[in-house]
Design a protein around this ligand. Structure first.
Ligand SMILES: Cc1cc2nc3c(=O)[nH]c(=O)nc-3n(C[C@H](O)[C@H](O)[C@H](O)COP(=O)(O)OP(=O)(O)OC[C@H]3O[C@@H](n4cnc5c(N)ncnc54)[C@H](O)[C@@H]3O)c2cc1C
Length: 421
C-alpha cells in the first residue's frame, strides 16, 4: 500500500495533522494501536488554548466545542484561604476553554472517518528506511501483515510510542523529574467555583477544575511514588477541603495518580520521520500545555510536509524542529514556573517564602499578572518560521529533583502518557 504521509497515533496530534493534510489535498493513513472506543474515552487534558479552539473551528470541527465547551475568562490563585483573580481575558483579550480531550478526539474522528483511513488496533508497528525518500511502516491489522510506503512519516504516537525509539541514537534528550505527582479525580459534583482555582497550601498544591456544570475535576499534589490504595474517597474529599476550602462532593467515578515530568527530544525529525506532540515532549500538567503543544506542532508540520511532498522544497521541513521547539521551550519554562511556585517542593521555609513572594507580586503587579496570563492562554500562533536567533544544542542533559526520584531512562517507563488524567 502507498500513501503520502503515514501517521502513527490517533491522539490530538495525529488526528489534527490528518485533518490539515486532507484539507491540503495530501493523502494520509493513520495507524492507531488501541481500539476506537478506548481512544475516544481516554480521559486526559481538558483545557484548550484560544489557538487550539480557533484551529478546530477553522477545520470545521468546532460546532460541538462551541456548544458544550466552557469558555473561561480567568483563574484564581489561592493562598492562606484567599482567592486572587487573574483576569485572563481582560489582560490578554484571549480565553481558555474547558472541553475534554476525549471530546476533541471524538469530533476529529467523526470528521475524518469517511475521508482518511484510520486503522485502529494496528499492532507491531515498525518504521523502516526513514533516511530514504520512501520510508516504510510495517504493521499487523486484522491478523494480516501490512506494509505502507510513504513520502514521510509523522510520529504522533505519544510518549511511549515507537517513533522516538526508532531514532533514539540521533536525539538529545532533556529531562527533569519532579518528586511529586497529581492525584486526579472526576466526580459527579457541581463545581463550587466559577473559575479554576490553583491553590498554594502548606499541605501541598491542589487544583479545582471542571468538565461541565455537573462534573468536577480535582487534583491533589501527592508524593511521586504514592499508592492510590492509600486514598479512599473520604480521605480525598477531606484533603481537598483542607487545601481548597469549599468543595462540592459527589460520586468519584475515576481516580489515578500522574507523575510530573518535563521532557524534550531534539531534533524532532530525522530523515523523513517527523515527531509531533508527546512523542517529542511532555510537560507537567500545571501549565495545561500538553494537548495545545501537540496541536501547535502539527500546525507547523502540515505545511512543511505539503511543501516537501508537492514541491520538493525542504526549507520548512528542515526548520520544523526549531520552529516547534520555540513554543515547546516557552511552555516548558511556564509549566516549570507554575509548578515550582505552587507545589510543596520539600525545600523548607526559605523556598516557601519565595513562593509566597511570587504570588504576592502577581497579585499587586499588572505586569506580573499579564506575563502569567499571556503564557496561560498561549501566545498567538507564530505566523511563519522566522526565529530571532538560531537554536544551539547541548549534549544530553538529564536532571532530576533533589529528593529521591528516578530520572527518566526508558521511554517505556510508566508515566504521563500511560495515566488517565
Ligand atoms: C492528567 C493529565 C492532565 C492533562 N491536562 C492537560 C491540559 O489541561 N491541557 C493540555 O493541553 N494537556 C494536558 N495533558 C497532556 C495531554 O493529554 C497530552 O499532551 C496529549 O494527549 C498529547 O497528544 P498526542 O497526540 O501527542 O499524544 P497522545 O494523546 O498520547 O496520542 C498518541 C496516540 O498514539 C497511540 N500509539 C502509541 N503507541 C503506538 C504505536 N506503537 N502504534 C500506533 N499507535 C500508537 C496511542 O494509543 C495514542 O492514541 C494532560 C495529561 C494528563 C495525563
Amino acid at each position: 500500500m502507498r500513501t503520502q504521509v503515514g501517521i502513527i497515533g490517533a491522539g490530538p496530534a495525529g488526528l489534527t495533522l490528518a485533518m490539515l493534510l486532507h484539507r491540503d489535498g495530501i493523502d494520509c493513513v493513520v495507524l492507531e494501536a488501541r481500539d476506537r472506543t478506548y481512544v475516544e474515552n481516554r480521559v486526559r487534558a481538558g483545557l484548550l488554548e484560544q489557538n487550539t479552539v480557533d484551529l478546530m473551528r477553522e477545520l470545521g470541527v468546532g460546532e460541538r466545542l462551541d456548544r458544550e465547551g466552557l469558555e473561561h475568562d480567568g483563574i484564581y490563585l489561592r493562598a492562606y484561604g484567599r482567592n486572587h483573580y487573574i483576569d485572563l481575558a481582560g489582560l490578554t483579550g484571549r480565553h481558555i476553554t474547558i472541553y475534554g480531550q476525549q471530546e476533541v478526539i471524538k469530533d476529529l474522528t467523526n470528521a475524518l472517518i469517511e475521508k482518511v483511513p484510520i486503522h485502529f488496533e494496528a499492532a507491531d508497528v515498525a518504521l523502516h528506511d526513514i533516511k530514504s525518500d520512501n520510508p516504510r511502516i510495517t504493521y499487523q491489522h486484522d491478523s494480516q501483515a501490512h506494509e505502507l510506503t510513504c513520502d514521510a512519516i509523522a510520529g504522533c504516537d505519544g510518549f511511549h510510542g515507537v517513533s522516538r525509539r526508532t531514532i533514539e541514537n540521533h536525539i538529545t534528550e532533556y529531562d527533569y523529574t519532579y518528586p511529586f505527582g497529581w492525584l486526579g479525580i472526576l466526580a459527579e459534583a457541581k463545581p463550587a467555583t466559577d473559575e479554576l482555582i490553583y491553590a498554594w497550601n502548606e499541605r501541598g498544591f491542589a487544583l479545582y477544575t471542571m468538565r461541565s456544570q455537573k462534573i468536577s475535576r480535582l487534583y491533589l499534589q501527592v508524593p511521586a511514588d504514592e499508592d492510590i490504595a492509600n486514598w479512599p474517597d473520604d480521605r480525598i474529599w477531606a484533603e481537598l477541603g483542607e487545601r481548597l476550602g469549599e468543595v462540592n462532593e459527589g460520586n468519584i467515578y475515576e481516580k489515578g495518580i500522574t507523575p510530573m515530568r518535563s521532557y524534550v527530544a531534539e531534533p524532532m525529525q530525522h530523515g523523513r520521520l517527523f515527531l509531533a506532540g508527546d512523542s517529542a515532549h511532555i510537560v507537567p500538567p500545571t501549565g495545561a500545555k500538553g494537548l495545545n503543544l501537540a496541536v501547535n506542532d502539527v500546525r507547523l508540520l502540515a505545511p512543511a510536509l505539503t511543501e516537501l511532498i508537492r514541491g520538493g522544497r525542504t526549507d520548512r521541513a528542515d526548520g520544523y524542529t526549531a520552529a516547534a521547539l520555540r513554543r515547546v521551550w516557552r511552555a516548558q519554562d511556564f509549566s516549570n514556573y507554575m509548578t515550582r511556585m505552587l507545589h510543596d517542593l520539600g525545600a523548607g521555609p526559605f523556598q516557601q517564602q519565595l513562593q509566597l513572594a511570587r504570588l504576592d507580586y502577581i497579585a499587586r503587579s499588572e505586569a506580573a499578572a499579564h506575563s502569567l496570563a499571556e503564557n496561560y492562554v498561549g501566545l498567538p500562533a507564530e505566523p511563519d518560521f522566522q526565529l530571532p536567533w538560531p537554536r544551539s544544542r547541548t549534549r544530553r542533559a538529564s536532571t532530576s529533583s533533589a529528593t529521591a526520584c528516578s530520572p527518566i531512562s526508558s521511554p517505556t517507563a510508566g508515566g504521563v502518557g500511560a495515566t488517565p488524567g
